[in-house]
Write a protein that binds this ligand. Structure first.
Ligand code: NDP
Ligand code: 2IT
Length: 451
């Protein structure tokens, strides 16, 4: 197709909407990327002729399957499982598994699409995929979770492999669930390979993988501030979520001299004006992971904090914000409040936490705004390092891995600058991340011809 025949942005998005009815999250993720890519490819005939954007926005495959399991009362339960393999142009499919009642094809397609660009940005050879189930781990016994993980893997195993597709954790899937799934994979295939990441240290896991996403999001934040000659010392940070990403982001903010003042869960948020200390963050980690408690109980444990039922934390005045819970948790009005309150930088620990309107508010205000595909790539990057260690059958030291994570985040930041510098000291990190991620995948696809 010649350039002149190529549809315009609106025509492209109409096609995406028509082909993906009732999939708003997927359409949103494609639009956020397409807004930047259309300008970039305007004068690049080959990308048009080869329909690269159209091809990246169509997953290689979507696998959907039934997952049956028996609950503790002997009832037979049926869930839907998925694996979306979006693109393996630059390496095996790679991306997490999410267990949450909101999981559906749209959510996993958006996540697999985002993952494709994120993984390219890390500089490591990983394609993009995502999987999961509408299984709700809340209120389930550990034995129920084990039986569900085993049943899920009994189908998933035929679609994955150390050189095919390497899943990891995400919402509702942590070290325990990865252990159960790895055990079942090994039992079925009789192979001990690096087929999953986020494994326990005893069986091929990597040091600092649990910390990597939250730490990486704060390193990226620090890298953005450094461009302006600033740092995190004394800065007030508003953080959402209280899971893996949020608690480790809070921890690294404290390490770097900042003051996290909020955390949240799906019930509401806590505000601790004194700031969360490492001791308080450790309590939250244990409370949410081992006791499976609610963030509201923070206020019973620590004086001076308040709980705000049914609310998100974006109205609390801050210097920097880190949305670390879930998609579309920060809307246009929240973005306007953050900007009005003087927030200078936002680093997305979660995937697509800001809706399109919020992204536009941040861009228009020209504050430092790091999209998830850049800011939260530290997790998958250390997953990539776990894959390397598994292939080499060795383990790197914590110091080596900490340095590699910092270097990878700095590399992503530099790639964003390459395509995101707008003059006048403003960097459009969304544009920078989208173009840098797209270009690597697109150029690999060009090399393969029409496949
Ligand atoms: P966890 O399961 O550890 O924690 C999730 C947190 O988000 C919990 O506090 C949870 O609250 C909250 N949350 C989940 N869904 C909702 C919702 N619909 N509304 C409000 N709050 C919600 O997950 P992670 O910390 O691993 O993941 C958080 C985000 O980070 C996700 O967007 C994930 O995709 C992204 N991410 C994770 C990576 C990783 O390595 N784990 C890597 C890169 C990105 P509650 O307990 O009430 O459900
Ligand atoms: O969204 C993500 O990048 C993750 N959930 C981590 C994926 C991975 O393969 O480590």
């Amino acid at each position: 197709m010649a350039v002149s025949d190529h549809v315009d942005f609106n025509g492209f998005m109409e096609g995406v909407k028509r082909r993906n009815p009732h999939q708003p999250e997927f359409v949103q993720a494609v639009q956020e990327v397409a807004e930047d890519i259309f300008d970039f490819i305007e004068d690049k005939e080959e990308y048009h002729a080869q329909q690269i954007l159209r091809r990246i926005a169509e997953p290689d495959r979507v696998v959907s399957f039934r997952v049956c399991w028996e609950d503790d009362n002997g009832n037979i339960r049926v869930q839907r499982g998925y694996r979306v393999q979006n693109n393996n142009a630059i390496g095996p499919y790679k991306g997490g598994i999410r267990f949450h009642p909101s999981v559906n094809e749209s959510v996993l397609k958006f996540l697999a699409f985002e993952q494709t660009f994120k993984n390219a940005l890390t500089g490591l050879p990983m394609g993009g995929g995502k999987g999961g189930s509408n299984f709700n781990p809340k209120g389930k016994s550990v034995r129920e979770i084990m039986r569900f993980c085993q049943s899920f893997m009994t189908e998933l195993y035929r679609h994955i492999g150390a050189d095919i597709d390497v899943p990891a954790g995400d919402i509702g899937v942590g070290g325990r669930e990865i252990g159960y799934m790895f055990g079942q994979y090994k039992r079925i295939t009789n192979q001990f390979t690096g087929v999953l990441t986020g494994k326990g240290l005893e069986f091929g896991g990597s040091l600092i993988r649990p910390e990597a996403t939250g730490y990486g999001a704060v390193y990226f934040l620090a890298d953005m501030l450094a461009v302006k000659g600033a740092d995190l010392g004394g800065k007030t940070a508003v953080i959402s979520g209280s899971g893996n990403v949020a608690t480790h982001a809070a921890e690294k903010i404290v390490h770097l001299g900042g003051k996290p003042v909020t955390l949240s869960d799906s019930g509401g948020f806590i505000h601790d004006p004194e700031g969360l200390t490492l001791e308080k963050i450790n309590w939250v980690k244990a409370h949410k992971t081992h006791r499976r408690g609610r963030i509201s109980e923070y206020c019973d444990e620590f004086t001076g904090a308040s709980y705000h039922e049914g609310k998100t934390p974006w109205g609390v005045p801050c210097d920097v914000a880190l949305p670390c819970a879930t998609q579309n948790e920060l809307l246009g009005a929240d973005a306007r409040t953050l900007v009005a309150n003087g927030c200078v930088a936002v680093s997305e620990g979660a995937n697509m936490p800001s809706d399109l309107e919020a992204v536009h508010v941040f861009k228009d205000a020209k504050i430092m705004f790091a999209p998830g595909k850049a800011a939260n790539a530290g997790g998958v990057a250390v997953s990539g390092l776990e894959m390397s260690q598994n292939s080499e059958r060795r383990s790197w030291s914590e110091a080596e891995l900490q340095q590699m994570l910092k270097d990878i985040m700095a590399g992503i930041h530099a790639r964003c600058l390459t395509y995101g510098e707008q003059g006048g000291g403003y960097v459009d990190y969304v544009k920078g991340a989208n173009i840098a991620g797209f270009k690597k995948v697109a150029d690999a696809m060009l090399a393969f011809g029409v496949v």
